[in-house]
Write a protein that binds this ligand. Structure first.
Ligand SMILES: C[S@@+](CC[C@H](N)C(=O)[O-])C[C@H]1O[C@@H](n2cnc3c(N)ncnc32)[C@H](O)[C@@H]1O
Length: 213
């Protein structure tokens, strides 16, 4: 494992999870992540298997499921940086990094962290801990979100031709986003997985965005 980078206290969180096991993370009764997502994440990330990606950034370590899939299928050539905001999950990330020397753990907030350099691939899978039933985004709000923080981050951090990949659950169409071309977008039937509200879902979107010149 190479260096990890600590950021200021305001940029990180220490949370009391309702449940934190190797198969499930629950915060304030909401499912942050569960192992049931693994088959979908494997399907989503297998699109990039033979692409020889050099510099990979992953946002959100969670249970480390996508991190492991990225290591085993994408096999980044130069670096696999992973940023995690929550302190106990960052400790898990550091342990994961001991098994994969190319992994560089970063403790911080992806929206404010001062990343150095650009990436070929961004796997973007954070969780909004402020989420509540009322705040759950509908399709229009999702579009709005895409015009703002995530796109700004991806535009700033990706090389031209770089790939943005983001899990999309259910039948919601992946939105078009400015400055990116949407590729290979389709709906897929996947083994049932848990959504944040504890309901099950068997449909997810496969596709990704390529940053345009
Ligand atoms: C859905 S989980 C990620 C699941 C992960 N892909 C996996 O396979 O287990 C979301 C993660 O993003 C982290 N997170 C949320 N907001 C973040 C932010 N602004 N910057 C960095 N990490 C963040 C959460 O603490 C959590 O670990």
């Amino acid at each position: 494992m190479s260096d990890s980078f600590l950021c200021t206290a305001e940029e990180v969180l220490s949370l009391n999870f309702d449940e934190k096991t190797s198969s499930k993370l629950v915060y304030k009764s909401k499912v942050v992540m569960s192992v049931t997502e693994r088959p979908y994440l494997r399907m989503l990330l297998s699109q990039f298997e033979n692409m020889c990606l050099r510099r990979v950034l992953e946002v959100g370590f969670g249970l480390g499921i996508s991190a492991e899939i990225i290591q085993k299928t994408i096999r980044p050539i130069e670096t696999h940086d992973i940023i995690e905001i929550e302190s106990s999950l960052f400790q898990d990330l550091c342990e994961f990094g001991l098994r994969y020397p190319i992994v560089r753990p970063i403790h911080g907030n992806c929206y404010t962290y001062d990343f150095r350099g650009e990436y070929d691939f961004l796997f973007f899978d954070p969780y909004d801990y402020m989420i509540s039933d009322e705040e759950y985004m509908d399709e229009n709000e999702l579009m709005g979100f895409y015009q703002t923080e995530e796109v700004a981050l991806a535009s700033r951090l990706l090389n031209n031709g770089g790939i943005l990949c983001h899990p999309f659950f259910g039948d919601v169409n992946m939105p078009e986003i400015s400055g990116f071309e949407l590729q290979h977008c389709h709906s897929a039937k996947v083994p049932a997985f848990l959504l944040w509200d504890g309901t099950e879902c068997e449909t997810a979107q496969i596709g990704y965005y390529v940053k345009q010149d």
